[in-house]
Design a protein around this ligand. Structure first.
Ligand code: BDR
Ligand code: CA
Length: 352
């Protein structure tokens, strides 16, 4: 049963988003404490960069899950992206290498064999933490009741496992932003299923029905957010390891979108989900009861919402169904430009 008024934190932040950064500067609002559960992944890597570029957020750790690439490779990618951004003090935890029930399904055709398209990053100098991804999520959430926001942008295996290991996290976490599902939109993995949900539908089932305060960003919203080659060319006006990484990674992603979906540019699902943690006004939401098909037939992994309340079940999430796409893309570009410029001159906090 969802918590009473559980989305109030999300809806009543009190300060209009355009004033968030000044409010932060004046010390009125502490940054949102975020844990990122991810399968990096091209758009996951962009979400990591957006988190680092956003003063509204304090990224306290990354747990990695299988998905776009193996959890092993994704962990290397997360460490490498953090090093690229000169923030290798942020801890990375390897999580589940396999879905709960289904066989493994990775996405080299979408993200490249190593998960970051044509980008080549040096082997990271830093190592992942010894603690497992799910244990890290549990420890962090339980140590700060009501303070930790979880952002999940890969298959939900780590989170489902964490719920099974420590059910109290459900009522202790502040909010859970999830990139996943396709409510009215067609699927991007099967005709009716979105990738993250299809890869581990049983994990999604556990999380959706856990009672956590969920804000879901399905393909309905993300597939309107297309980063174009012109956008990337604008970033390339700044010569920086960050902008070059974005260009090399997204070139592969754009080729995939062109070949498989006839989309010019690439859909940046995961950064949109991350952005909603501090600019919820980018989307329009509906409170809905959402379920996922785990019956094993042709609609396995399909996410569906009870718009007409036929099941009489209470809403279990807020669903972002509409978005202002160019506002989001503009925000993304502005943040990346500023971050790239600052990063070019900064020695980084890890350098003495
Ligand atoms: C989701 O699947 C992955 O390809 C992306 O990283 C995103 O999280 C979109 O369906
Ligand atoms: Ca992802």
């Amino acid at each position: 049963m969802p918590r009473r008024g559980m989305w109030s934190l999300f809806l009543d932040r009190g300060i209009p988003f355009r004033e968030l950064s000044p409010a932060l500067t004046k010390g009125i609002m502490p940054p949102t404490r975020i844990l990122l559960d991810t399968d990096p992944g091209i758009d996951d890597s962009l979400a990591i960069l957006l988190a680092l570029a956003s003063p509204e957020i304090s990224l306290e750790g990354i747990s990695v899950v299988h998905g776009n690439c193996s959890a092993e490779q994704g962990t290397v990618n997360a460490l490498s992206v953090l090093e690229l951004a000169k923030v290798s003090h942020i801890p990375v935890y390897k999580g589940c290498e396999l879905p709960l029930v289904q066989p493994s399904l990775l996405a080299p055709e979408t993200h490249g064999d190593k998960g970051i398209g044509y980008a080549k990053l040096p082997e990271p100098q830093t190592k992942p933490q010894v603690q497992k991804g799910s244990d890290f999520l549990i420890e962090k959430i339980m140590s700060a009741p009501g303070e930790i926001t979880l952002v999940c942008i890969g298959p939900l295996t780590n989170v489902a496992l964490a719920i099974r290991l420590e059910p109290r996290i459900v009522n202790t976490v502040k909010e859970v932003f999830i990139m996943g599902g396709a409510i009215r939109h067609e699927g991007n993995q099967t005709p009716v299923a979105e990738f993250n949900t299809y890869v581990d539908p049983h994990a999604a089932h556990i999380v959706y029905h856990s009672g956590m305060p969920i804000i879901l960003t399905p393909l309905d919203a993300t597939y309107q957010c297309i980063l174009t080659q012109d956008d990337v060319n604008r970033l390339l006006k700044i010569d920086s390891p960050i902008t070059n990484f974005i260009a090399d990674a997204t070139r592969f992603y754009m080729e995939f979108h062109d070949e498989y979906q006839e989309i010019e540019g690439c859909v940046i699902n995961d950064p949109l989900t991350l952005a909603l943690t501090f600019i919820p006004e980018l989307c329009d939401y509906q409170e809905l009861y959402v379920d996922v098909d785990i019956s094993g037939g042709v609609s396995m992994g399909n996410t569906f919402a009870d718009f007409y309340k036929m099941t009489k079940k209470p809403a279990n999430m807020m669903v972002a169904l509409g978005v202002r796409p160019r506002d989001f893309i503009e925000l993304f570009l502005e943040r990346m430009e500023k971050f790239a410029l600052e990063s070019n001159i900064s020695p980084g906090p890890t350098t003495p």
